[in-house]
Design a protein around this ligand. Structure first.
Ligand code: ATP
Ligand code: MN
Ligand code: MN
Length: 371
């Protein structure tokens, strides 16, 4: 006789924005392996395969249980032959030989090393590799290589900014920014976004939205903040990008396009005395400060909800929110607005919840967006 069917369980959605994914990952052995493969395909310009492995990793991250046999995954979306084969390898041997081969691949290692420098993307890394460069000292000694300002700071502060930022350090940075904005205006609005808003314990940077309740006043805000930080001697690097936001150009149809709001990418000097429990430091490092990467974005206040949703991430969560809007709702979502193609109108939102409602999605809390 046939075995009794297990009780039906809710099907896992193919869209990350319909899954709840906390920072607790029960399938790290698989998702770490998938991330290595995804990066490998990214370096080799195979975007489709890269995305397939990122999607598979994202599905496994959302599971409240650990995968113990591949049969248990047969009803899950986004898992294909290749991902399943890797899982099988890991379940049988405790590791994947395919992944180990990539990890020992000279080109992949070098590209990973180079892209770990602030300001160095895959293209530059590739260029350096093709010139035969294999280490930082190779790059720095190579005649004819012109590092831009960002890359120079990247090398200068490499040790500090490649070290994770703790929650306590993020809080201390928040206090510094908060003080600066309130010198400028009493109507300032400051919100932590990015990984720390999603409840992560560590991040590669600290992300904030800063704006003011008076529409239009946000235009000079970042410039003024940068000025104050500079006068306080806290600014180690700043790349300011003025707003190119034009309401008449909405909606932007480009998938995964960066937004057009004013933003800046900073490196700040953080004093140990401001951090509860002290700094994250390398062993033997006795300095009383460290460098921290900080991102600020400054949208007009009527765009606040879209910006908050867009900058909270994760990247996979954002990607699938947009894909869901497009594929399932005939709507266009980006960091500026939500456009209903059927009704030919923009939908207004003052909170993230409004946007989920417009999309007919259950609200997902920030700490459940670690897709
Ligand atoms: P980590 O802890 O590693 O910093 P994170 O999720 O905070 O993880 P970030 O790279 O800081 O990663 O990005 C945070 C969010 O901001 C992401 O959702 C990303 O889509 C968004 N973002 C980052 N840079 C830009 C940009 N230039 N324009 C628009 N959105 C951006
Ligand atoms: Mn971040
Ligand atoms: Mn960031």
């Amino acid at each position: 006789p046939e075995a009794p069917k297990p009780a039906p369980v809710n099907k896992v959605s193919q869209y990350a924005c319909q899954r709840r994914t906390t920072t607790e990952n029960n399938n790290r052995i698989f998702t770490d392996a998938f991330e290595v493969l995804a990066e490998h395909y990214e370096f080799n310009d195979l975007q489709g395969r890269c995305l397939a492995f990122r999607r598979a990793a994202s599905v496994l991250k959302s599971l409240p249980w650990a995968v113990r046999c591949v049969e248990a995954t047969q009803d899950l979306p986004c898992l294909g032959e290749h991902t399943t084969a890797i899982m099988k390898e890991i379940l049988q041997h405790g590791r994947s030989f395919e992944v180990e081969k990539i990890l020992s691949d000279e080109r992949c290692r070098t590209l990973k090393l180079f892209t770990s420098v602030f300001g160095v993307g895959p293209k530059t890394a590739e260029k350096w590799h093709r010139r035969g460069l294999r280490s930082f000292s190779d790059v720095l000694a190579e005649p004819g290589i012109q590092l831009n300002r960002m890359q120079q700071s990247g090398f200068l502060h490499y040790g500090d900014i490649s070290r994770a930022v703790s929650r306590a350090e993020a809080r201390a940075v928040g206090n510094i920014i908060d003080e600066a904005v309130h010198v400028i205006t009493p109507n300032a609005i400051l919100a932590l976004t990015g990984g720390f808003r999603r409840g992560k314990e560590f991040g590669h940077d600290v992300d904030f939205i800063v704006t003011t309740a008076e529409l239009g006043k946000e235009k000079s805000l970042l410039i003024n903040i940068i000025d104050i930080l500079k006068k306080q001697g806290l600014l180690l690097f700043s790349d300011y990008q003025a707003s190119t936001f034009d309401i008449s150009k909405l909606p932007s149809h480009r998938f995964e396009a960066m937004d057009h709001f004013a933003k800046c990418f900073l490196i700040l000097r953080l004093e140990a005395s401001l951090v509860e429990g002290g700094l994250q430091r390398a062993e033997g490092d006795s300095r009383d400060w460290r460098a921290v990467r900080v991102d600020l974005v400054s949208p007009p206040v009527d765009r606040y909800a879209y910006t908050l949703l867009g900058w909270t991430g994760s990247r996979m969560f954002e990607r699938d929110l947009r894909r869901f809007a497009r594929m399932e709702r005939q709507m266009l979502l980006d960091n500026h607005a939500l456009y209903d193609k059927t009704k030919k109108e923009f939908l207004t939102a003052t909170t993230e919840k409004d946007i989920f409602d417009h999309l007919g999605l259950e609200y997902i809390e920030p700490w459940q967006r670690n897709a």
